[in-house]
Design a protein around this ligand. Structure first.
Ligand code: SAM
Length: 281
């Protein structure tokens, strides 16, 4: 049995009773940083044999841990903070265990992404977790541009050293979107900076340095700023020029063609028509 166990992202009390029970009863704990996990365990009076499982030994360690799992051992996988596998090691082992048909049990708890989103005030109905963007400037810009038409709330992780540059790049590439910077979640200096990217940038630039862990949330593109809407508007203008057919039939056709809601396309067609009448006198 492989348990995927979430641990705190700051406040050490953010660990579930079930997580502690699993850590206490597992045969082995596979930890990103054994020293850090040993401290957490000792705080809860747990002594356990620990084995390291991190970015640099994941591929070597996975077969070893798989062997132990297949011989019947129960292993608890933990990372330094939050949920394993979420911008953290874990994927390889979980994927290998799934492929081998072993039972994998999530023991949920803290994750910076969910904590930040839940208190952000940005739309939570649909969101995209992106995690860390590339450190390479060119690749990062391509990744940012790919987010331009994303209408869902975007969640990004970034280090305090690079957060100012990231906010500036996002502002430049995507415009002055609404955003929230969640810093030091669950810790003494927890802070939410809400506003537009420009305002967040100003706040950060006023500080001698940005400290602590940062999660940045970006509101999605206005649905009507997406390429599908641009194309639909062009089609509407063309149809109005040709004066071909009625608006409701046009809206039905274009909604189908561009995958947009019919009522919204109809409203947009009405707006464009009214605009044309006004400018044509
Ligand atoms: N597995 C973790 C989780 O479930 O959130 C994420 C690990 S990832 C290596 C670390 C990044 O998560 C940090 O650089 C930061 O972007 C974000 N993060 C972690 N703890 C945080 C906190 N207390 N406040 C804000 N962001 C945090």
């Amino acid at each position: 049995m492989l348990y995927v166990v979430a641990t705190p992202i700051g406040n050490l009390e953010d660990i579930t009773l079930r997580a502690l029970a699993v850590l206490r009863s597992a045969d082995l704990v596979a930890a990103e940083d054994t020293r850090k996990t040993a401290q957490l365990l000792s705080r809860h009076g747990i002594t356990k044999s620990l084995v390291s499982y991190h970015d640099h030994n994941e591929s070597r360690r996975t077969p070893e841990l798989m062997q132990r799992l297949q011989r019947g051992a129960s292993i608890a996988l933990v990372s330094n903070a939050g949920t394993p596998g979420i911008s953290d090691p874990g994927y390889r082992l979980v994927s290998a265990a799934a492929e081998a048909g072993l039972r994998i049990v999530p023991v949920p708890g803290a994750s910076a992404a969910a904590a930040a989103l839940s208190a952000s005030g940005l739309p939570t109905d649909a969101f995209v977790f992106v995690g860390f963007l590339s450190k390479k400037a060119g690749k990062r810009l391509t990744q940012i541009k790919a987010l331009a038409s994303e209408v869902r709330t975007v969640i990004l992780y970034e280090s305090p050293q690079r957060i100012v540059a990231l906010v500036a790049e996002l502002r430049q590439a995507l415009g002055d979107r609404r955003a929230v910077l969640a810093r030091e979640l669950t810790k003494i200096h927890e802070e939410f900076i809400r506003g537009r990217l420009s305002g967040i940038l100003e706040t950060l630039q006023d500080r001698p340095e940005v400290k602590g862990e940062c999660t940045l949330l970006l509101s999605g593109a206005e649905p009507r700023e997406t390429p599908a809407w641009d194309e639909a508007r062009e089609d509407i203008r063309r149809a109005l020029e040709l004066a071909s057919g009625g608006l409701s039939e046009l809206a039905r056709e274009l909604a189908h063609k561009h995958g947009l809601p019919r009522k919204a396309v109809y409203a947009e067609a009405m707006r464009i028509k009214a605009e044309r009448i006004k400018t044509d006198g």
